[in-house]
Design a protein around this ligand. Structure first.
Ligand code: ADP
Length: 502
């Protein structure tokens, strides 16, 4: 590849906006490629064609009909469709009725097979299209098999011999752990399990994320702080020894947000538009949200929004511990959006019944409603136990909702605690994972909210921050070039051996 030729990058993900979304990965996969394209990268996105991706709505055109994809020791046919996002970023979608003609995206017992098939189909399809990527950028466990293949079954393949891989960890907590059969499906059973002296159970499971980390030329994660945290046993989800071994190839690059999608000046889903020069629309958005949520229409009651999976990892155990006292001792209002653990469903349902004018919860996934909550809330709550990057706090800032966070991962990199004396800071933050710390921080935010001028300045401050992809996209280009330059022809066997299955 010469410096003149555009860098060719294949970006693989299990979800991407606007096609399919369950969380932050979809935001990233739908917006980073557009930013890279603007920098001149020939980037192309690969996705499964789930049933929810309507062919007509998304302008899918057939590209390759019924081509064979190796699975186990046979082949299964796939079809390839094409469409584009942004300014002509090609998107390749793999179709197979058996694997993808189902409701939703994940949570099927054969998810490993489904994503292995997707990855293999894309690799085979690119050969037919004769488009050879310089780098394949894989994301999370669903596409982690690709670096493994490029160092094994495709290592001597003339088409992929020089292709480098970057593996991005969006959340180390979801590793994709399966049994030996998956190696047969992927056609790599002859290589067996991975052995690591400090991860005892790695040699009798197929840990997809572990494989991505082990085999990729470079590894990245989505904030600088999280890149440091995952090297420790506290955050390393038992893969920290492997990550420490490869720390010279591990980078932390913060995510950005799609500032065209998340823009209170143009957002089609919110009640009124507003911007840095005229904030008046935000009050209307708050009134609209209070009406939709059935809360008292009180412009002076501070309104806290949270859009999140209802899990401990997102800090819901802390929220559960403080919410009743907060409802008793303040004039706060709450709007929650999300689904998750049953005990949180029960708790919030009961709170909503007892305080319908103060608290509302929507147990659903609904992007337009999410945007109404970003726009209509005064404070955005993310007290996460761990947070690789977190997009919610950045989207909230764009809408002038002040983030209230626990300082971990990307939250620590984007939010600094506000000091009313100096005017320094862009949110409210606490460090120790403790209900009292959360409680105190919320009370502090409520006290500051009473000072209208101070609060207004804080809103203008967060709305003027740049959380676009601009800076990080340049860093990804550097990382792609580095991946090519430091590509390893074989896996780092000097450290590991591949164990035979038991
Ligand atoms: P994670 O990827 O861990 O879920 P992030 O903060 O990185 O968390 O990204 C979450 C993304 O998903 C944000 O765009 C947020 O607005 C969106 N989101 C989360 N839950 C919902 C929901 N119930 N309805 C609509 N959007 C949601």
């Amino acid at each position: 590849m010469s410096e003149q030729e555009p860098l060719r990058v294949l970006y693989l993900a299990a979800e991407a906006v606007p096609f399919a979304k369950t969380g932050g990965l979809a935001d990233v996969a739908g917006s980073l490629p557009k930013a890279l394209k603007a920098l001149g990268v020939d980037i192309r996105l690969g996705l499964p064609r789930y049933a929810c991706i309507d062919r007509e709505q998304f302008g899918l055109t057939p590209l390759i009909e019924s081509f064979p994809v190796p699975v186990d020791n046979r082949t299964i046919a796939a079809d390839l469709y094409r469409t584009t996002i942004g300014k002509d970023v090609p998107v390749y979608l793999v179709e197979n009725a058996h694997y993808y003609d189902r409701e939703g995206i994940y949570m099927y017992p054969d998810d490993a097979d489904r994503f292995i098939f997707f990855c293999r189909a894309i690799l085979e399809a690119l050969k037919r299209l004769d488009w050879r990527p310089d780098v394949i950028h894989c994301n999370d466990w669903h596409t982690a098999i690709v670096p493994n293949w490029l160092k094994t079954i495709y290592a001597d393949d003339p088409f992929y011999r020089d292709t480098a891989t970057l593996y991005t960890i969006h959340n180390l907590a979801y590793q994709g752990i399966f049994g030996h059969r998956v190696l047969e499906v992927a056609g790599i059973d002859e290589y067996g399990f991975i052995v690591h002296p400090d991860i005892p159970d790695l040699d009798n499971v197929v840990d997809m994320m572990g494989r991505g980390i082990y085999f990729a030329d470079l590894i990245s994660t989505v904030s600088e702080t999280y890149a440091q945290e995952i090297l420790t046993p506290e955050y390393g989800e038992r893969l920290d020894p492997l990550l420490r071994d490869r720390r010279d190839r591990l980078f932390g690059l913060p995510n950005g947000i799609d500032t065209a999608v998340y823009d209170p000046a143009t957002d089609p889903y919110i009640a009124a538009h507003y911007d840095l020069h005229d904030l008046s629309g935000k009050a209307l958005c708050k009134e609209d949200l209070q009406a939709e949520a059935g809360l008292t229409r009180d412009p002076y009651a501070p309104l806290i929004g949270a859009i999140s999976r209802l899990t401990d990892h997102k800090g819901f155990d802390l929220i559960a511990a403080v919410i009743e006292p907060l409802l008793r001792h303040s004039n706060l209002q709450f709007v929650f959006l999300g689904t998750g653990e049953q005990r949180y469903h029960d708790l919030f349902r009961s709170l909503q019944q007892r305080h319908p004018e103060r608290l509302a919860i929507f147990f659903t996934f609904n992007a337009p409603l999410a945007q109404k909550i970003y726009a209509g809330s005064d404070i955005f709550l993310m007290p996460s136990r761990f947070e690789p990057c977190g997009l919610g706090q950045m989207i909230a800032m764009r809408y002038g909702s002040i983030p209230l966070v626990r300082l971990t991962g990307g939250l620590a990199d984007t939010v600094t605690d506000f000091d009313p004396e100096t005017g320094h800071g862009n949110g409210f933050a606490f460090k120790s994972y403790d209900p009292l710390a959360l409680y105190g921080t919320i009370i502090r935010a409520v006290e500051n909210y009473k000072y209208r001028d101070t609060w207004r300045r804080l809103m203008l401050q967060v709305m003027s921050e740049d959380h676009s992809w601009e800076t990080s996209a340049h860093k990804y280009v550097d990382l792609y070039r580095r991946a090519i330059a430091s590509r390893l022809p074989r896996p780092p066997r000097e450290v590991y051996q591949i164990a035979e299955p038991i």
